[in-house]
Ligand binder design. Structure first.
Ligand code: SAM
Length: 456
């Protein structure tokens, strides 16, 4: 049963139809959708029955039915991300931003588990840097796992509160704030959330959203863009926050190139300043509840480009016989910090150098491995990285059941002629991780904490 207070509070909001809304919550199952990793995989290779594309997202697809994703090795290879379709509308906002400015530094402030961050990494140009931040400690590991599987080098993962991020004054050309909310938009997927919903909780969420925005917004560059989104239907967390953003920070609302009602997306307006906002209702769209709005800060975007403060102090690429392992070694800085070797695009490296004392940085660029006796013991991150040149390694191609055993860290048979050394495990052309053949046996280096526990 939907809370009657929720229904009452939504009456009169653009696009809200009580009968449809109640019925859709009784009847329909949420659709299943995935978004492909355009830099890793062609979507026509994915082994599911792809039904239709998600209209607002180039690499988004609905599936005919929900497979057991955990038992698909391609999920663990970062070939795709399982994501609710409405959330993929972020793409329309980012397209609009990229048509206006060059983005050097982008921020995803509330990033775990990584749906919007992996999407941003697909949409942003290679030379932009994404800072993917999650304040809640218990949620950072799943964010790291998903980002590592996605495989980009142009990303920094941080664990900071919005106030800490706000200290990076005027740093980001694009900020995405997918705020924690009362969650009514996901009631169909999480019926238990219904019992936790109350008007009081909406009010608390609205106050928290304002706090988060006020703390973090100093980090928005002049001429930069803010995307604000929630999965709540409540105007107090949505359009009224849009008005508040305009009043407090003088940000202007920006329209997207998506006409009202196209594919069921409802164009709404904030009550006071008539700022353009977009609402998603299940039943109207094939997806769950979502609210999203785009804003722009005044001023000229000057294209922040941090200059590395102490270049050349670390050992560089030329000192390592590793460039043959990397696809685009030219644009990368490869260096060693203590025993760990990293590969980072220049802008990531300079961000790290500028802010590693101010921020709690959990990952930046790609951790290539450990340098031991003038050799690299490769890291799992390197196996999954988009920049890995696979020709640099002996490859072991596995069938599905073998691949699942590898992902469970179980023993499995492979042919005798596996090279005595590090071997890259490959499934359907996509890297899954490392094994090391030590003569009489091989060791499985799939990360313990990521191993799958489900049996077929
Ligand atoms: N953007 C994510 C995605 O697409 O996968 C989903 C983000 S979820 C809607 C909101 C996130 O905000 C959660 O990961 C939550 O831990 C985080 N969060 C909770 N309290 C917060 C706070 N006070 N400041 C910033 N983030 C917070």
């Amino acid at each position: 049963m939907l809370p009657s207070d929720l229904i009452e509070s939504l009456k009169g909001l653009p696009g809200f139809d009580e009968t449809d809304f109640v019925n859709i919550h009784k009847e329909a199952k949420p659709p299943v959708s995935i978004r492909g990793n355009s830099r890793k995989r062609k979507m026509d290779d994915v082994p599911f029955k792809m039904d239709r594309p998600v209209p607002w997202c180039k690499n988004g697809f609905y599936l005919k039915e929900r497979p057991v994703f955990t038992l698909d090795p391609l999920l663990h290879a970062g070939a795709y991300y399982v994501q609710e379709a409405s959330s993929m509308f972020l793409e329309q906002a980012v397209k609009r931003v990229l048509s206006e400015i060059k983005v050097n530094y982008a921020l995803d402030l509330c990033a775990a588990p990584g749906g919007k961050s992996t999407h941003l990494l697909d949409l942003l140009p290679d030379d932009a840097v994404l800072v993917s931040n999650e304040v809640v400690a218990s949620r950072v590991n799943i964010l790291l796992e998903n980002i590592i599987k996605w495989g980009n080098a142009n990303v920094v993962v941080t664990q900071n509160d919005p106030l800490g991020i706000g200290k990076l004054e005027e740093m980001f050309d694009l900020m995405v704030v997918d705020a924690p909310c009362s969650g009514s938009g996901l009631f169909r997927r999480d019926p238990e959330a219904v019992s936790e919903w109350s008007l009081n909780h909406v009010e608390l969420c609205s106050q928290r959203q304002k706090r988060i925005l006020a703390d973090a917004l100093p980090a928005l560059a002049p001429g930069g863009f803010l995307v604000y989104s929630t999965c709540s239907y409540s105007a107090d967390e949505d359009e009224k926050i849009a008005d508040w953003i305009h009043t407090q920070f003088k940000l202007e609302g920006v329209s997207l190139e998506w006409p009202d009602c196209q594919n069921g997306v409802v164009l709404s307006e904030s009550p006071v300043f008539k700022l353009p906002c977009y609402r998603f209702y299940p039943g109207k769209v094939e997806g769950e509840g979502l609210f999203i709005a785009l804003f722009r800060k005044s001023g000229q975007n000057i294209n922040n480009e941090l200059v590395a403060a102490k270049k050349n102090k670390e050992r560089k690429a030329a000192d390592f016989p590793l460039s043959g392992w990397l696809l685009q070694a030219d644009g990368l800085e490869v260096f060693r910090h203590k025993e760990i070797v990293f590969a980072m695009p220049a802008l990531v490296h300079s961000f790290y150098q500028a802010f590693h004392k101010k921020l709690n940085i959990r990952k930046s660029g790609v951790r290539m491995g450990e340098w031991v006796h003038s050799k690299l013991n490769p890291d799992h991150e390197l196996a999954l990285a988009q920049l890995l040149k696979r020709e640099g390694f002996p490859l072991v191609n596995l069938e599905k059941e073998q691949a699942l055993s590898f992902l469970r860290r179980e023993a499995f048979d492979i042919s005798d002629n596996v090279v005595k050394s590090w071997n890259l495990i490959v499934y359907e052309g996509y890297s899954l991780g490392w094994i090391k053949n030590i003569g009489n046996r091989f060791n499985n280096y799939y990360p313990k904490e990521w191993r799958i526990r489900m049996q077929s």
